[in-house]
Design a protein around this ligand. Structure first.
Ligand SMILES: [Zn+2]
Length: 127
């Protein structure tokens, strides 16, 4: 079974000391190249420093084009079997969103496990 860590390039990393929506994401084609991705930009569509996003996708977003309009109007070249709602997201934004979801889910599981520990009958009592 494939896991998120099976990918052939390093996983996205959150930008230290920034908000949780900003990530460093490795290029799939240029070894050592990383792009800054802001998942909160453009109404949570996300923004990336890569050439694909800057030259093809950002100008559409800046004009107010929605993913559906871009998809139905075939305004962009669709790659990687993208879902229609991801039409205006590059692969780096999708990588960051995937890692964000994985990290968020793990944090929720840890929180639920911690809460479970303290709701058992052996819950410590204050003296
Ligand atoms: Zn990108």
């Amino acid at each position: 079974m494939s896991t998120p860590d099976d990918r052939p390039w390093p996983r996205p990393l959150p930008v230290p000391f920034e908000n949780v929506l900003r990530w460093w994401v490795h290029s799939h084609t240029i070894p050592g190249k990383v792009y800054l991705v802001d998942l909160g930009a453009f109404g949570t569509n996300g923004e990336c420093q890569c050439k694909n996003f800057a030259c093809e996708l950002a100008p559409l977003l800046a004009r107010g084009i929605t993913p559906r309009q871009a998809f139905e109007g075939e305004l962009v070249t669709l790659k990687e079997n993208k879902r229609p709602e991801d039409t205006l997201r590059c692969i780096h934004i999708l990588d960051a969103r995937s890692q964000f979801a994985d990290d968020f889910a793990r944090a929720l599981v840890r929180q639920q496990e911690h809460e479970h520990c303290w709701t058992d009958t052996d819950e410590p009592t204050n003296p």
